[in-house]
Design a protein around this ligand. Structure first.
Ligand code: AMP
Ligand code: MN
Ligand code: MN
Length: 336
């Protein structure tokens, strides 16, 4: 089967080749796709003789992804200033610049930013934007770029790419799982990827503390709606502190709510700092899109998996998100 390359690939490749130094950025609450993309592009840069740095707004990367190459070189972005015009800034898997560099001052004039992403709602903040929502993951976009431009895909790059693919597709079960995603997986297996090794690192690596946090959330699930199709749970700052858990420990938890029979829309509220609540939204087919509810609360994301952050007590935010969901769902149902 012939596959058309995204129209941006030759420009992306030319830009990457033009700069001897790259800084890679990933989004806040790093996931497998963000880490996998940066790890793969880091290695590709090293192979091209580039000096590469890697930064993000989280203090450290989640442990389950630290088996990937170059994760030791990840730097907390606090010290960064955009004042070096001899460097290319590459944003990966970040739908807007703020998610990657929240808290950093404005860019100096002349800063060149390459935006590589697959989010439909990407705000196109780059000097060059290569955004392809037909890709399941940013690592699928990178894989297509590497293939189109004839760049070497080593066995370790293949592992990084596979990590983004497997995590963003929910282990090939979410609706973004396409024939092309499976073909990419097959190619990566031929390059030496061992799926069971990656599965062990990513999915069999939960701490007992994280499990105690999950127990809290699973013990207070609320279900409501006309057919009992909505659900939510929450975690207070005290739950994180009391169990010794971190934001990254909630990865995958909201999806558990969707496994309850009849639930079609799920939300998880996490009070990451006192008075600052991160919400994860997930929706199924035939339901108001998660992204529509997230957007109405100032967030965004993919149609079926989205997020937002609100100020307030957990109790206030629960009230707000419940009514936002009910309102957006009523609008959506009236139009469908
Ligand atoms: P999460 O629930 O954190 O796993 O996020 C699901 C998806 O929603 C991510 O892939 C992001 O694209 C998006 N997302 C999460 N938080 C935000 C936010 N505060 N603003 C915009 N998009 C977000
Ligand atoms: Mn991501
Ligand atoms: Mn992604």
């Amino acid at each position: 089967m012939t596959e058309r390359s995204a129209p941006c690939f030759s420009e992306v490749s030319a830009l990457l080749r033009a700069f001897p130094r790259w800084t890679l950025f990933i989004h806040q609450k790093a996931d497998g796709d963000a880490v996998g993309s940066a790890s793969a592009l880091f290695e590709a840069g090293v192979l091209l003789g580039r000096r590469v740095r890697w930064m993000g707004p989280d203090a450290s990367l989640p442990l389950p992804y630290r088996f990937l190459p170059h994760t030791d070189e990840y730097l907390f972005r606090e010290e960064l200033a955009f004042d070096d015009t001899g460097e290319l800034y590459v944003f990966l898997d970040s739908s807007n610049e703020e998610r990657g560099v929240r808290g950093v001052g404005g860019r100096a004039p002349g800063t060149v930013v390459l935006n590589l992403d697959h989010h439909e709602d990407n705000s196109r903040y780059g000097t060059l934007n290569c955004v392809d929502p037909s890709c399941s993951s940013t690592t699928e976009l990178l894989y297509r770029l590497f293939r189109a431009e004839g760049w070497t895909v080593t066995a370790t790059i293949a592992e990084s790419l596979y990590t983004g693919l497997v995590t963003d597709t929910g282990a090939f079960m979410f609706s973004n799982t396409t024939p092309r995603a499976h073909r990419m997986a097959a190619d990566l297996l031929e390059l030496g990827v061992d799926p069971s090794r990656i599965e062990a690192h990513i999915y069999h690596n939960r701490s007992l503390k994280a499990m105690a946090l999950w127990a809290q959330a699973l013990s207070r699930i609320e279900v409501w709606g006309k057919d009992g199709e909505f659900s939510l749970s929450w975690l207070s700052h005290g739950d994180f502190a009391g169990t010794g858990s971190q934001a990254a420990d909630t990865e995958g938890l909201v999806n558990q709510l969707l496994t309850i029979r009849g639930i079609r829309f799920a939300m998880l509220l996490s009070e990451l700092e006192p008075g600052r609540v991160k919400i994860s939204f997930r929706s199924e087919e035939g339901m108001v899109p998660a992204a529509a509810v997230a957007r109405s609360l100032g967030g965004g994301g993919h149609p079926r998996a989205a997020g937002a952050t609100l100020e307030g007590t957990v109790k206030d935010v629960v009230r707000k998100v419940r009514s936002a969901l009910e309102e957006r769902h009523a609008e959506w149902a009236a139009a469908h």
